[in-house]
Design a binder for this molecule. Structure first.
Ligand code: ZN
Ligand code: ZN
Length: 420
């Protein structure tokens, strides 16, 4: 057996890692002169967090703070802390976020968690804590989801994650393979990843402009797995993709990789059957072979071969958790779709395939939403919830017909690919 020697691996991959760190800072968060930066990183990824930190200072960051995380501590807490702990989100954490938000911080997250980290944890503890945490951090989430702040997430291989994705090879091989997949997926395997992402952004523009000009009233989606589903879109919806632009006009990429174009479904107008094409990882649990039936926007029936109770918890979070907040289209030919690797991580898996999200909608997907109250948005079909959970239904044989308000039909997505 070959053991994974981290320092050796870091030395071997040093140049790629530096470029990757720079990509997160320059294209991801687009750190400007004078920006405070907050990096979230696992303690095991300190070597990379320091590279990101240095790249941020080089880009002109005024100050860099690193929030250290640790899978093992999180797991120990969920298994061993007193039960009442999970009904409270510490006030100091809320105050810390508010302080950072008020300063206009750029948030950079390095993701490497073991997808199985919370396996075996009482789902009731998870559900309670997720709820209080979402409630307490809502103002911060609002700022992120409305592009008032810039933020970006990138992934790094960890031994546990690599073993999960590639269980049949040695750990050292698995880490190398996952690293190759991550770089390919994130379009960071070339000489100049920052320039690559500039091109990537331009390619999105065509699709987004086409779909925005069509202003379809609804989409009819079918797949060979049995999905036969019509989803209404809100009036004056806005398709987005290929990164965001913050309120001051600075572009950034919240997710790296990203391959989706997405918009806002109407909270009352989803009808039909959706069959998932990939498992959903939720709170460290894998929900497999599931499907849902919608009527007038609400999930009226659902079943899952594994972890149906976790799916149930998810949908019982609140009233909006049974309705849709996002419809996203991804071409089957995207690098992630082509790899055919299940990453057990939404950042990657959602970019492999078309998906829907249960829960909160992105207000930026509705023109003029920023000047509307929550009630006014809801009246126009914008869904609200404490959750936002993507699940995949796209397949290589997916077809989508856009239906215009006058009934005209346009088959703009054929056999897994855009036909625009
Ligand atoms: Zn999405
Ligand atoms: Zn989403």
């Amino acid at each position: 057996m070959v053991l994974f020697q981290k320092q050796e691996w870091v030395n071997l991959n040093n140049e790629r890692l530096q470029k990757y760190a720079n990509l997160l800072v320059r294209a991801g968060g687009n750190v400007q002169k004078g920006s405070p930066v907050v990096i979230s990183s696992a303690v095991d990824d300190a070597y990379f967090a320091r590279m990101v930190q240095d790249a941020a200072y080089d880009a002109g960051a005024s100050d860099v703070t690193i929030d250290w995380t640790d899978d093992a501590s999180v797991r120990a807490k969920f298994l061993r802390a007193s039960s009442e702990v999970f009904d409270e989100f510490p006030e100091w954490r809320v105050a810390k976020l508010k302080y950072q938000d008020d300063k206009g911080s750029v948030y950079l997250r390095i993701e490497s968690s073991d997808p199985d980290n919370l396996k075996g944890v009482e789902s009731d503890r998870l559900q309670r804590f997720t709820k209080v945490a979402s409630q307490a951090t809502r103002p911060h989430a609002e700022l992120m989801m409305s592009n008032a702040l810039r933020w970006s997430i990138i992934a790094l291989p960890s031994p546990a994650w690599a073993r999960k994705v590639f269980p049949t090879i040695t750990e050292a091989e698995a880490i190398d393979k996952l690293w190759t997949c991550i770089l390919k997926a994130a379009r960071a395997d070339g000489d100049d990843p920052v320039a690559e992402w500039q091109k990537h952004r331009e390619n999105f523009t065509k699709r987004v402009e086409y779909l925005n000009a069509q202003q379809f009233d609804s989409l009819h989606i079918t797949t060979g797995l049995g999905t036969d589903f019509t989803v209404g879109l809100v009036q004056n919806h806005n398709w987005e993709g290929g990164g965001d632009i913050d309120k001051t006009g600075i572009p950034f990429f919240p997710n790296m990789p990203t391959e989706e174009v997405f918009t806002m479904p109407h909270r009352d107008r989803a009808n039909g059957r959706v069959v998932a094409s990939m498992p959903l990882t939720y709170q460290g649990n894998l929900i497999e072979n599931f499907e849902m039936t919608f009527k007038n926007g609400i999930v009226i029936d659902y079943k899952a071969e594994t972890n149906q109770d976790i799916l149930k918890n998810l949908m019982e979070t609140d009233e909006g958790a049974r309705r849709l907040g996002e419809v996203a289209l991804v071409a089957n030919s995207s690098p992630i779709g082509q790899m055919g690797v299940l990453f057990y991580n939404t950042l990657f898996d959602e970019n492999a395939s078309a998906h829907l999200a249960l829960g909160k909608a992105y207000p930026t997907n509705m023109q003029g939403a920023e000047s509307l109250t929550t009630e006014q948005r809801t009246a126009r079909g914008c869904n609200d919830s404490l959750i936002h959970e993507d699940f995949m239904f796209g397949t290589a044989d997916m077809n989508i017909t856009g239906i215009k308000p006058d009934g005209t039909e346009v088959n703009f997505f054929k056999n897994g690919e855009f036909d625009i």
